[in-house]
Write a protein that binds this ligand. Structure first.
Ligand SMILES: Cc1cc2nc3c(=O)[nH]c(=O)nc-3n(C[C@H](O)[C@H](O)[C@H](O)COP(=O)(O)O)c2cc1C
Length: 257
């Protein structure tokens, strides 16, 4: 841009910044409370504030109830030490809607005067996708139902969280496969971490118990608290063959008798 007029250069740079997908602001730390002295068009679009409203203000007006104090501390430290800082934090638009802001702040010295340049990227969609992905992953993990052999002929499986029809079906198939493959005589279903809402999972346990019985194996329900026992007993019919124990140890003691 050597041969251009300074005014033309500035106009071009501004047009570039206004057309960018990233919000950009400049602050002047020599002024009281390090206020914004420049904001590009993207920043005003992203936040919903007009230039007149934000020029002369410190950028903290974007923060709100769910902005993490740790992230603000990190920014404060970076500014104090005049270091480049990048944080992801929750900010709020003028209309109160929250958004995830990937904020990068860098100190810049021009003609021996210090400024801070901040770039803001709205990563709300990216964050939501990440969250959806990790929710899916934990669902899959839950469905995996790890089965362990704790003695040559004894296997345990710990049920955690809420059981769905899909999980019980998966459990039945997996447990039957495991029992037949490893010649398991006693299968322990530990329900310490299991929660259920209305209907108790008793009929499912009975079904699994039946399936295992046909294969010559026994089912034991462990981790049954007195409260869970009351709920289960309410549903138990007279010829139910389920064996319940308060702990895995108690069931093992019975098996090894
Ligand atoms: C260049 C620059 C850009 C900033 N951009 C944001 C921003 O987009 N969102 C935000 O919550 N804080 C932003 N801040 C941080 C706040 O202005 C302020 O420094 C921070 O809240 C810590 O200071 P405080 O404890 O005095 O509030 C920015 C700071 C600077 C210097």
């Amino acid at each position: 841009m050597e041969k251009m007029e300074v005014g033309t250069q500035i106009q071009l740079l501004e047009a570039m910044l206004d057309g960018s997908k990233v919000g950009t602001i400049v602050t002047d730390p020599a002024k009281e409370d390090n206020p914004i002295i420049y904001a590009n068009h993207t920043f005003t679009e992203m936040t919903g504030y007009a230039k007149e409203e934000l020029l002369g203000q410190n950028c903290r007006f974007l923060q709100g109830p769910k902005t993490a104090p740790d992230a603000i501390d990190q920014i404060r430290q970076g500014i104090k030490n005049q270091e480049k800082t990048t944080v992801i934090l929750r900010n709020y638009r003028k209309d109160g809607t929250p958004f995830w802001n990937r904020l990068a702040i860098a100190p810049v010295t021009v003609e021996e005067k210090l400024y801070f340049i901040g770039t803001q990227t709205d990563i709300t969609v990216e964050k939501m996708q990440q969250e959806a992905l990790s929710e899916n992953e934990s669902e899959i993990e839950k469905l995996m139902l790890p089965i362990l052999s704790i003695q040559p002929n004894v296997a345990t499986v710990a049920l955690v969280g809420t059981m769905s029809l899909q999980r019980f079906e998966a459990l039945k198939v997996k447990l039957c496969e495991y029992v037949s493959e490893h010649r398991i005589e006693h299968a322990l279903l530990d329900i310490t971490g299991l929660t259920w809402n209305e209907e108790s999972p008793l009929h499912w346990f009975t079904q699994i118990c039946e399936a295992l019985r046909i294969m010559g194996s026994h089912l034991y329900i462990t981790g049954v608290t007195p409260q869970a026992a009351t709920e289960l007993v309410r549903d138990l019919d007279r010829d139910n063959m389920l064996k319940t124990y308060s702990s895995i140890e108690k069931a093992l003691a019975d098996i090894n008798e």
